[in-house]
Write a protein that binds this ligand. Structure first.
Ligand code: TYM
Length: 336
């Protein structure tokens, strides 16, 4: 049986993460750290967006493992199933169902302008499938089903969130007040963590160069090694500047982890050189991630307990999702 969560009067939060590969420090600082913090104040719903990950080809056994491990990692981070609803997207069929409905209220032209579609279709030129194109509509369905006020995401998801808002507004204009129009919640520090090897690019788990990204589950030694190797510049001054994208990225990471402002970080490392700074960033990140890794190993070892939690989460999520979905169907004119 599914337990009730105390939600009275709280604003609602919804967000999802794809289970494609190891989650990175970018995922953590751009989104997941906020997900954990928001649980006290908000009524939160979080999902592993497994349906999204097949827009690029996946190996079945590997995908299955990644779905488990992403769910376990959310719990290890401190997402509490007593406070928040946590589930696997494909377990709640209303996501795919509402996605179809919404796709009939979404224009081909607006989808064609999505930068992520342009990037991914260039990268996977042999598999520019319709799912990849329609991906933001599924994301809009993920969001709108739960009527959230806020959607905590990194800066790269802003455009997708705007489309979700546009679709909601359009639907509401025709049929009345069906969907809540959500706001993006983007952190001030860490919204765009860049690659450690090429700071003009976003840190991404799909980067083939493993030194370019830090996984939440990396060992302390690997984390420190990756920061030591981070690409910087030929200067030696720790300063935030558009001309110093590598160092600026490291300052952002250090600030996001320690809570210090960029000015405080600049003062702390004034005259100390890049070697000391890179080591300090690596240690701060490793210390923040170590307890998560320990908890993850305990949680992933008990598949039965994990399964009970994701089943219960889906049951709870579906109660909410079904209501919104039926309301939208009824408004459009379907016989229920
Ligand atoms: P995904 O799985 O790529 O990333 C999950 C979250 O991590 C953030 N993120 C970053 N933030 C800062 N710096 C980075 N380098 C970085 N890389 C990733 C992302 O912005 C995201 O918040 N389409 C979404 C998943 C999704 C979703 C949703 C999100 C599906 N349905 C509904 C919100 C609401 C995605 O692919 O995120």
């Amino acid at each position: 049986m599914c337990q009730n969560i105390e939600t009275d009067g709280k604003k609602k939060v919804l967000s999802c993460i794809q289970p494609s590969g190891m989650l990175t420090l970018g995922n953590y600082l751009g989104a997941l750290k906020n997900w954990v913090g928001m649980q006290e104040e908000f009524d939160c719903t979080y999902a592993v967006a497994d349906l999204h990950s097949i827009t690029v080809r996946q190996e079945p056994a590997k995908l299955r493992g990644q779905i488990y491990s992403t769910f376990a990692l959310l719990l290890a981070l401190g997402i509490d199933t007593q406070k928040s609803t946590v589930f696997i997207q494909s377990h709640v069929p209303e996501h795919a169902q509402l996605s179809w409905l919404l796709s009939c209220y979404t224009q081909f032209g607006e989808m064609s302008r999505m930068t992520q579609f342009k990037d991914k279709s260039a990268k996977h030129a042999d598999n520019v499938n319709v799912g990849l194109f329609a991906y933001p509509v599924l994301m809009a369905a993920d969001i709108l089903l739960y009527k959230p006020d806020l959607v905590p995401v990194g800066a790269d998801q802003k455009q997708h969130l705007e489309i979700a808002r546009d679709i909601a507004l359009r639907f509401n204009r025709i049929y009345g007040d069906v969907f809540t129009v959500p706001e993006a919640y983007i952190p001030k520090t860490g919204a765009r963590v860049m690659s450690l090897q090429d700071p003009s690019r976003k840190m991404s788990k799909s980067d083939e160069n493993i030194n370019a990204w830090v996984a939440i589950l990396d060992s302390k030694d690997d984390i420190i090694r990756k920061f030591k190797r981070a690409v910087t510049d030929s200067d030696s001054c720790v300063r935030m500047s558009d001309e110093k994208p590598g160092i600026s990225n490291l300052i952002t990471i250090y600030s996001a982890v320690t809570g210090k402002t960029a000015a405080e970080v600049e003062r702390e490392f004034d005259g100390k050189g890049y070697g000391a700074f890179k080591l300090a960033v690596g240690e701060a990140v490793a210390d923040e991630l170590a307890p998560i890794k320990r908890r993850y190993e305990e949680i992933i070892a008990d598949k039965k307990a994990l399964e009970a939690l994701y089943r219960e989460g889906a049951e709870r999520a579906e109660k909410v999702a079904r209501k919104t979905y039926f309301k939208a169907m009824k408004k459009v004119g379907f016989v229920l």
